[in-house]
Write a protein that binds this ligand. Structure first.
Ligand SMILES: [Zn+2]
Length: 388
């Protein structure tokens, strides 16, 4: 294991004291790095340790640092500062105090899911087949979005010289409030995929230029969705099975994957920093294709909560890269783990199978016991690495 970090939101560090929190993470938990999300979607959480002015923290999201406006000349999208910051610049304090303690700084950014930014830039949001706007999702095929994401990454690299930048929520998606399975109708993987298909002006133009018959793709998508609106239950079919019999949709999907890959390429050309792409989970829904991304990024981060079977043989990474290029992140508590030994075993197993970067999520919502679980997991993984 090369590095272990704790994800710490800037507001939690500010409320609990930046120096006190970092001391605790170094001295008690034993991480060598902190990962601060610099750009996020809306967040609404309870903080179990009860520190800060309020147990509950809410933000509409946006940018959680002071952006350099000059960096954004190539895009019509302006950085929207999160309202909680007021006049403070917590990330600058974190960078300074982390450096004093020898803690490496990683920065995460939500690329396409960002309600505060999307609401102010309606021209850049995803639009589904029936013409509804996804109010929190910036469309990856919009050139302003690609330029915005690259500008943020360049700004972060310049201002804070992080050890790594993590690209989260990269790609298209199906963002519904409430139960993912019940949003006024019954949806399964196939329906989520159909609802994720974007037909905004940028997608229609770019897909058309790539030779895709977008009009027919949209007609077929609307027909399928109308059946769902009419009360048909979710179909027992995966997007991949659909592509096998609908090559037009497969072509449209290839175009989407290309759009997502070009964002990573534009970030790559903007920064030298280690670049980590977070796997969004449902690949077809996101337009996520590791094959198109692996040359532009240094590592992938497996989805949170993915269990690692302690008894199973090491499996080939689904990303087509060496295990050292697959990073993992763990929540120190339910629903992923219900006791310390489960977390200890999973972290150990990840390290044993070649994972070099481990993360814990996240400082603000982890209980006192959860922080101790992380300490135990790291100590065991390191001790075993030394003795073997
Ligand atoms: Zn679009």
């Amino acid at each position: 294991m090369r590095t272990a970090h704790f994800v710490c939101h800037a507001w939690d560090l500010a409320d609990q004291g930046v120096e006190l929190s970092l001391d605790r993470l170094v001295g008690e938990v034993g991480v060598d790095s902190v990962c601060v999300p610099a750009v996020t979607d809306a967040i609404d959480v309870y903080r179990p340790r009860g520190t800060g002015e309020s147990r509950r923290f809410r933000t509409d999201g946006g940018i959680h640092y002071r952006a350099d406006a000059q960096r954004f000349a190539a895009t019509r999208i302006r950085p929207v500062p999160a309202s909680w910051m007021k006049s403070r610049h917590v990330l600058a304090d974190v960078a300074e105090h982390a450096a004093k303690r020898g803690l490496a700084l990683r920065l995460a950014m939500s690329c396409c899911l960002n309600r505060a930014t999307a609401e102010r830039h309606a021209f850049a949001v995803c639009k589904d087949a029936v013409g509804e706007c996804r109010t929190a999702r910036l469309c990856p095929s919009n050139p302003d979005v690609a330029a915005f994401v690259a500008a943020v990454a360049g700004d972060l690299a310049e201002q804070f010289a992080p050890a790594a930048i993590e690209l989260e929520n990269l790609g298209f998606g199906f963002d519904a409030a409430g139960s993912p399975e019940w949003i006024g109708m019954h949806v399964g993987p196939l329906e989520r995929f159909l609802l994720s298909l974007c037909f905004c002006e940028s997608c229609v133009q770019a897909a058309g230029r790539a030779g895709v018959d977008v009009t027919t793709v949209r007609e077929r998508t609307v027909q399928a969705l109308e059946r769902v609106f009419g009360g048909e239950p979710a179909r027992d079919e995966s997007p991949d099975e659909l592509f096998a019999r609908d090559t037009l949709l497969a072509d449209f999907t290839a175009f989407r994957e290309q759009a997502v890959a070009s964002i990573v390429a534009s970030v790559r050309s903007a920064v030298q920093t280690e670049l980590v792409v977070a796997d969004p989970g449902e690949w077809a829904v996101g337009g996520f294709s590791p094959r198109g991304l692996r040359d532009a990024c240094d590592a992938f981060r497996a989805p949170d909560g993915e269990s690692i079977d302690a008894g199973a043989a090491p499996v080939e990474s689904p990303y087509g890269v060496q295990p050292a290029r697959v990073q993992r992140r763990f929540r120190c508590g339910p629903p992923q783990f219900h006791q310390a030994s489960d977390l200890v075993r999973s972290v150990h197993r990840a390290v044993e199978t070649g994972c070099e970067a481990i993360g814990f999520f996240d400082f603000g919502t982890t209980t006192h016991a959860g922080l101790d679980w992380a300490r135990q997991a790291l100590r065991f993984a390191r001790r075993d690495a030394i003795s073997s």
